[in-house]
Design a protein around this ligand. Sequence first.
Ligand code: ADP
Length: 236
Amino acid sequence: ARQARGEFVAHVSHEIKSPLNVLHMYSEMLLSEEGKSEEFRLEAGNVMLEETERLSPLISNLLSISKIEMGSTSLDRQRVKLRELLEDTFTAVSRTGKRDDIHFNLELPAEMSTIFVDKDLLRIAISNLLTNAIKYTKAGGRVTLSAEEDADAIRIRVIDTGMGISPEDQKLIFLKFYRSEDEEVRKKPGHGLGLSLAKSIIELHHGTITVESSPGEGSTFTVHFNKGGGLVREEL
Ligand code: ADP
């Protein structure tokens, strides 16, 4: 555990240090002669914005991971209308996903249960899946959030028509910091924390998450909750 923690700290420090170095370099240049040109100020502004945008999801994912690793006692469970939670998450992600070149679909049953979960964490899990679906899908593709519910279970699916995931990668993608070696994946920003966090969150709620995918055709992530075990209950 000590070695794992050491590696984790080293990795995180590295992920934070590189954008910080860029921010430092550009701030110094802004204060120098070079920083006086309008063209350079614009470039610096853009680079600094991009680097802080990269840091921000890293920090929020790390905060959630530490919340989770402190143990389930820190889960803040509340009664939540699942349909509303899915709708809100979908709207927020498809809006900030800033892509008008892909189609978004929302397919939810008219009625869904009220469930007893940590609303903020569940929202992070679903939004990580949706953000990935958007990130790894080319123009013209489609991203769908669907859900179904029967007497025993609830299944939530995030489906994309994107680049897909090789069978070898499918075994590894839920590991902390794992990113595919594929160069199309490496072109996209990311820290390899989104899926590991989503998995921890789902498992903390006694659910499971699985992936089915064909390279070049797309991926489907399925979150499965059994309705027993306190997920759907009338009394707090
Ligand atoms: P990140 O996206 O920051 O790299 P994640 O933990 O969210 O980290 O995902 C881990 C890896 O799983 C990604 O690097 C990518 O290789 C793969 N992956 C996840 N979601 C998808 C998807 N929808 N389509 C294709 N590949 C995916």
